[in-house]
Design a protein around this ligand. Sequence first.
Ligand code: AHM
Ligand code: MG
Length: 336
Amino acid sequence: MIITAQQHILQQQQAYFPEAEGTFSWLLSGITLAAKMIQGKIRQAALLDVLGAAGAVNVQGEAQQKLDVYANQALLHCLGLRDSVAILVSEENEEPVTFDRAPETGKYVVVFDPLDGSSNIDVNVSVGTIFSIYRRQTDHRDKVHANVLQKGVQQVASGYVVYGASTILVYTAGRGVFAFTLDPEVGAFVLSHENLKMPSQGPYYSVNEAQSAGFPSEYQQFIANMRSGLFGRSYNSRYVGSLVADFHRTMLKGGVFMYPSTKAYPTGKLRLLYEANPLAFIAEQAGGMAVDGHQRILDIQPTDIHQRTPLVLGSRVEVEEFQKCCLPVEAVVQAR
Ligand code: AHM
Ligand code: MG
């Protein structure tokens, strides 16, 4: 028989937290509902006049696509109706959205990128939703920024939905990674990959190589090492330009995804709270790693809700080799 995402979350809760009241699974059902609404719109995009720019620019200074706006509204609506949600943070909203909940409810903070890679929609390339869930801090319940600016290690759960040839939801609540494929006949996300593990080394590296002249030297060295077969295998390159699609491939096949600092994005392009942290949590749960060139992504103390970070994410062997390239030359010789 099939196991739906909802059933799976309830089973996990009963196994590990028998005293849980089901609020967490109810919250996650808000995300799966929004994901179904978003995927429905994406599948019909060219028919519904929802392709193209909405005419506004978001807080990142990027042109908002019409589907960005729809996806954001779907998540704000579906999650805002759950009284366990105290604060919502979205890529598309400059400030956190807060809800005035009773003290015994409003336990969670949810951070999301409603439609990542949305510049790819017009050409029918995969896009995704990324989310991250934190517990609201009881000792400073009403300090919005303290609740939102938590380190990635404090995530209760995170996940992404990739709207590709099929729609797949991947999530972790800190006890392994599980993937669910939307079954259009049933109308539910059905368990399709149990306890996903990322291969310890993989066949692909994924980076916007056209920008490589502006990459810091450690990235250039690392890419040169991969190209010259230094890690005992040859690599092929793959770069969709949609983080969720590039990460999903890395999860299943292994390898490494990188978005370094560049001339155009001196602190990296990707956002710590709703892009790097949720995927880093999943990568680590699957046996992979995520770093920014100096430290583990999950250990970074955020200072701004929309802050960016360089990101190197993927299989253990490749990320460890990247870290060796970040060391001074003498240390690299010793480390080999
Ligand atoms: P977005 O949040 O505006 O969609 O931008 C994020 C996207 C990621 O999905 C992807 O990894 C990256 O931008 C690609 O950027 P580039 O085109 O500079 O390679
Ligand atoms: Mg994004």
